[in-house]
Every structure is written in C-alpha cells, then in structure tokens.
Design a protein around this ligand. Sequence first.
Ligand code: CP
Length: 312
Amino acid sequence: MKHYTSIHDIDNINSWIEEAKLLKSNPLKNIGLGQHKTLGLLFFNSSLRTRLSTQKAALNLGMDPIVMNVSGDAWGLEFTDGTIMNGNTAEHIKEAAAVVSQYCDIIAVRAFPTLTNKEKDESEQVLSAFKKYASVPIVNMESATGHPLQALTDAITISENCTKPRPKVVLSWAPHIKALPHAVANSFTQAMQKMDVDFVIANPEGYDLNPEITGNTPIVHNQEEAFKDADFVYVKNWSSYEDYGKVINTDPNWMITKEKLGDAKFMHCLPVRRNVIVEDAVLDSDNSIVIQQANNRTYAAQLVLKKLLENA
Ligand code: CP
C-alpha cells in the first residue's frame, strides 16, 4: 500500500480488523518501527479525535508527529496549475508538498469539501494534489468525499461488539441545523459493503447518497422499517447529494430515540449534537458505543501507519 486515501486501499478488511485488535491488545509492541520517522499532520479544518488519535497512533509506533493548522497558520495555498498567482494565494501546492515531504516520512491531510461545487469536491483537489506532488505516503484524515480512518475504526468496533455471524447494520440519516459533508457516510457504506453484514441505509427522500457509492445497498425512506431487527444503528447527518450541499429537511422525527433504537447498539463518529441528532437517553445508555468507537480511532490509525512504514 503506497497511500491510505480510500477504504479501497484495504486489501482484506477482515484481516485488517484482526490485526487492529492485536495492536489494541499490545499498543507498544512496534514502538521501534517508527523510530526517527516523522508524521506530518496538516489540518485545513477542525478536529478533536483525528488530531489526537493519529498523533497517539504515531507515538505508539515511536514516530514523531508534527501538526500544522494549514488554514490559519500556513501561506494561502494555490492548487490550480498554470495560474497567475496575483490573488490571495501565496504558495503553490507543487512547492509546499515537495517541501513538507523533506520534513516528513508520511503526510496526513484533512481537507473538507466546499459543499457548493460538486465537481471540485469529487475531484478531491487537495488530497489529489498532495498525492501528486508529495514524495512520501499520504493518509486521508477526512477529505471531501471520504473518511477512511473513521470507517476502518467503525468496522473494528462492529467486529468487537458483534454477537452473531451476520449482524444487521443500519446507516441512518438524522437531522442537523448545518449542511454537513457526505464523507463519513460514504466511507462507512464502502466499509460495510466489504463486510459480511446485512446493510441498509435509511434517509428521507432527497438525501440519497451518491449512487456510485451506494451501488446495490438497499436504501429505505422509512426509518422505523429500516430499524426492525437492527443490531447496529450508525447515525450521521449529511446534506443532500442530489440538491448538492443543501439542507432540505430538518425533520425532528428522524432524531434517534431510545424507543426507536430498541436493543441495537448506537454508533456515531462524533462530534454529535445532543437532542438534535440523538436524545440524551441513548448517548447515556449502555447501548451507546461511541466512546469505544472513538478509542478505536487510535488503533485504526496505528494499523495504517504501521503498514505504510513496513512498506517504506
Ligand atoms: N470523527 C472525527 O473525525 O472526529 P474529529 O472531527 O473530531 O476529528
């Protein structure tokens, strides 16, 4: 594996899950692997879990992490080739990526979508430019269309909590006041498609995800019907894909309640807005596995970094 930018970079999700569980049981086993290696973490957007868990993962491997808030602290970056840079951008990605590659053995990047320009978002302008112009492996810490570190985490967490050979997993949309990206839902969908689970997506009309990603996965517009016999309910808001980036529905009836959830496990990538996405009674119950999920971010990132270091 040269880069980890998509869930499709995982060759065998079941073996990755088992290896991540082994790392979790002995996190410092490979402490020598990353000695004298540097991980650069570049954030174009906010983060709590990704920022801390990816650094923790690097430290567990003996790597030195260095972090930069690109949007606030670096020069304004230009991504268009051949442009006359007489506007607000002061440095071209060609130089920036080449320079950072000299300081870092692996570069991890977070860059969210515009949610106003579908074509630009689907081109993954920032991530693609780093892949093109950096000379070291690139890790996606959530891009315009995918969050593969989160999805690997989610697969590990489902495996840890699974009590039957083929569990029913539901990805449910829930209301939110702001327009949010599709990245988490996209990568979770792709991960579930690789696993032996009965997978269903529930969302209101007008909120179907990119059909190139959902493929043959059943999509239902009735949450109650989707939740029947569910073992895991993964909840996430996303803006409309069809009416790109728009909030077309904030129906509070789609909020997750204890009554709707039943005996299913509740999952969410966090951060989550209490009593908008999900009621307190769910998050504060034993059915919620969101804290365990967030803990697994470390081991998903550690596995990815380990594989990239071993491949170097
Ligand atoms: N789930 C997740 O990516 O969290 P952060 O945005 O806090 O990193």
